[in-house]
Design a protein around this ligand. Structure first.
Ligand SMILES: Cc1ncc(COP(=O)(O)O)c(C=O)c1O
Length: 459
């Protein structure tokens, strides 16, 4: 007999560590099955999902083509020690390397691991090996994962506080978050003041990062998310990255592009940084590479940094690094990406969805302060009645009410799955399935509006 939810919660409280999860709801929510854009709970109530596992399941839940690819691999070569080669690994590496050639005009190689943070760790080793430096720059508001190395370059002190001293903590640079400009300026009259502040760091040795005599920086790389994920789907002005890249090149600092959340077309192009016309030295990827099925992550790096004569065998080896199920799925995802013009599709659907979000903002300016985004990485900032101050409590309330599964639709009760991000935890980071239809966008807007109206009664 299937155990009741109550029984399972009791066992969870007794036997599960809470260290590997986040309990945003009390009690935490169980789901039983999924399909397309929907999750279904144990009572079979559908929940329209607008976050798709933080963009890991971009190609839709239970995607049949990916399921078939996984089952074929299950029947053929479901497991293999990573010291041996298999077809899918090599073909996947080729496809990713060729994508970088196409988009950035650079030759390079691909290296696999399992989780996003592990791939970030591998990239840190690569940077250290090439530059002989431990220190890197990263952005305020940036998120790169929770292993020790990834925590050291993730902006939030809360993630580090209990785990000792991080001597290789990144130097955090303000991200161009124009809606709440860290310098209190307004784009474009700011004339890109923020990036000029980065330049200023190199103006004298007493700013702490640059030795004129040696022509050398203390920092080996700059870790960026082209569009901040956990930071609230913040899109920078188009001039920012070209200006930053010029500064980095002048000072021989590598640009590491964390595409774990925005990669695989979430922001239109296969790699989000390609939207801004600059070349990375290293790309880190994960999440949607396998659509959230058997996980696989990895890095791509320019040939000079990763060729076997410099980054040799075993530099970061892990038992599951290029596991056969993950590589078979990754290969199928890359094939899907090659066969479908996702750049056009995602930008078109993003515009359609944004129109609906903008209509909501117009109707509720005392609740929604900003909407925006790029491709299908959309954002909605929830604000206090003054129309600007972040309202975290109201954001949490909307989220929690959406998870109750009692919103009214012509087909019966439904829930709305939202994800909260942003510096002030007041941003809905909206990452729908690429398969979302216009009817589902209408439904999402309607469910959102029901939530706002309901929560306004309690404001
Ligand atoms: C931009 C970015 N980098 C790194 C990570 C860490 O990936 P993982 O959770 O797979 O370790 C995440 C996860 O949310 C992310 O969004």
């Amino acid at each position: 007999m299937t155990p009741s939810e109550k029984e399972l919660l009791k066992k969870e409280a007794r036997y599960c560590s809470w260290g590997d999860t986040v309990h945003y709801l009390e009690p935490p929510k169980f789901f039983e099955r999924c399909e397309g854009t929907y999750l279904y709970d144990r009572k079979d109530t559908p929940f329209l999902d607008l976050q798709m596992w933080y963009s890991a399941a971009s190609f839709g839940y239970r995607n049949e083509r990916l399921r078939d690819a996984m089952m074929r691999q299950m029947d053929k070569l479901p497991q293999l020690a990573c010291q041996y080669l298999h077809t899918e690994k090599v073909e996947l590496a080729e496809k990713i390397a060729r994508s970088a050639e196409r988009l950035f005009g650079e030759q390079g190689r691909v290296h696999f691991n399992v989780g996003g943070a592990q791939a970030v760790e591998d990239s840190l080793k690569l940077v250290r090996q090439h530059t002989k430096k431990n220190l890197v720059f990263a952005f305020m508001g940036g998120y790169h994962g929770r292993t020790l190395g990834a925590s050291a370059i993730t902006s939030s002190f809360r993630y580090r506080r209990r785990y000792g001293h991080f001597s290789d903590r990144a130097q955090f640079i303000p991200y161009p978050y124009c809606y709440r400009c860290p310098y209190g300026k307004t784009y474009p009259s700011c004339k890109m003041y923020c990036v000029k502040q980065v330049e200023k760091l190199f103006e004298t040795e007493y700013n702490g990062v640059w030795d004129f005599k040696a022509g050398e920086s203390e920092y080996g790389a700059f870790y960026v998310e082209a569009i901040q994920g956990t930071g609230g789907y913040v899109v920078p002005p188009k001039e920012y990255f070209p200006m930053l890249k010029a500064i980095l090149e002048r000072h021989k600092i590598l640009l590491v592009d964390d595409e774990i959340q925005m990669g695989f077309h979430r922001a239109g192009k296969l790699w989000a940084l390609a939207n801004f016309g600059v070349k990375p030295d290293v790309i880190v990827f994960g999440k949607a590479l396998t659509n959230g099925l058997n996980p696989l992550s990895g890095i791509w790096a320019r040939e000079e940094l990763i060729k076997p004569s410099v980054f040799g065998a075993g530099s970061t080896h892990s038992t599951f690094s290029s596991n056969t199920l993950g590589t078979a799925l990754g290969l199928e995802v890359m094939k899907i990406c090659e066969e479908t013009d996702y750049e056009t599709l995602v930008n078109r659907k993003g515009k359609q969805f944004l129109t609906r979000l903008k209509a909501l903002q117009k109707k509720y300016p005392k609740v929604i302060g900003d909407v925006g985004g790029m491709g299908l990485a959309l954002r909605m900032e929830i604000v206090k009645p003054d129309g600007y101050a972040p309202d975290r409590a109201f954001t949490d309330l909307i989220f929690a009410e959406g998870m109750k599964g009692d919103l009214k639709t012509p087909k019966g009760n439904m829930g709305l799955v939202l994800d909260v991000g942003g510096y002030y935890k007041n941003v809905f980071t909206i990452a729908p399935s690429f398969g979302i239809t216009e009817a589902e966008m209408d439904l999402a807007a309607d469910l959102f509006e029901q939530l706002i109206r309901r929560c306004l009664k309690r404001r």
